[in-house]
Design a protein around this ligand. Sequence first.
Ligand code: AMP
Ligand code: MG
Length: 422
Amino acid sequence: MVVERRKPIQIAEAVNRVLDHPMESPSEEIHIERSLNRILAEDIVADHDVPPFDRSPYDGFALRAEDTQAASSSSPVLLEVIEEIGAGQVAQSELAEGQAIRIMTGAAIPSGATAVSMFEVVKEFHQGDRNMIEVGRTFKAGQNIARQGEDTEKGTVLIEKGTKITPGVTALLATFGYRYVNVVQKPRIGIFATGTELLDIEDPLEPGKIRNSNAYMIAAQIRNIGGEPVYLGTLADDFNSCFEAVSSALSDIDALVTTGGVSVGDYDYLPAIYEKLGATTLFNKVAMRPGSVTTVAELNGKLLFGLSGNPSACFVGGELFVRLFIRSSAGSKPFLAKTKARLATDFPKPNPFTRLVRSKVSYTQEGILVTPTGLDKSSSVTSIAEADAFTMLPGGTRGYMAGDEVDILLFHSESDVNPWSD
Ligand code: AMP
Ligand code: MG
């Protein structure tokens, strides 16, 4: 077998090539209580004003502002309290001159009333069997009234499709009566872990074997990003059985992630499998560390993500490329957010390729600090667990020193801004 020479492309270019293959995700209707973190497939439009009627923002008394024009602390006006309403109740009577209605927060302003006085600024007393209040100040018409439509007006597009449903969006769904909401279907992403050395979780260790961590990690990443992982099992390094498994899996999924077998080793069969399937390779080498062998191919509109078997490299491939596919198919924030931080420790190792160093972010009074976590090798599994960001170290001839300003990609913050194009 001739070792093929692969030409590395920049991460920015690899990102663009994946973005060039979006999937049209159909929508599905789901119950509001199951909609958290799903992506809206429809705009949320206010179909009524909020609030839908003028209401009281306080517990107090609804009154006619004009009745208070002559009031002062030395010469208060007296009003008769003719009714009491709580939230959800509507006053029976219309306010006439000299009258007030005791009103609670959220209750509709009675007709005739033009202002609300809080409890604290009036004095209550009885005059015979009449309930009275003494008002020692003036009110302006409209004072302390929460106006119909002040929060939003009927017809306003409040949330656009493509937005992730947060608790705040959920409040709007409920406000506008969406028991069911249209969301983007989660792309179903198949996962094969390849490698004759792989044991499953419950298997005891044996000489030369390791447990398959990648399949579970990448399934968790896919779920986190908003896809539906479909774990298809492990495959031994055997061309024919791998080919059969991959080609028969494709009909039932929207994309396939494999880990391992994309390098140039004797048993790395994925490139040959892609070729035999007739898939088009988008790239098979990226100028990045870890994960330079990351390969993405396309077959009949489906993307095949060939991620490295090295756990840290596999993780990077998931966050960078599988994320793009899942989120751009939903039309929503496909990138990790980029910001600046200072290196907390030296990173003296130079590298010609851009490094994505698994790192821990700390937010300090002096700004954001970033510290590489654990062993900086693509084979490391322990360095991933504590990381919440990638430190992006551009390739070059120099290393980096503590205090240097660097770009970082935050795992828990999504963005519409492509961090690779500037
Ligand atoms: P490969 O990409 O197949 O050359 O594998 C690179 C390295 O990653 C080897 O040391 C493998 O044993 C290891 N590896 C491959 N697949 C997995 C997996 N699913 N979980 C953990 N390590 C793996
Ligand atoms: Mg392998």
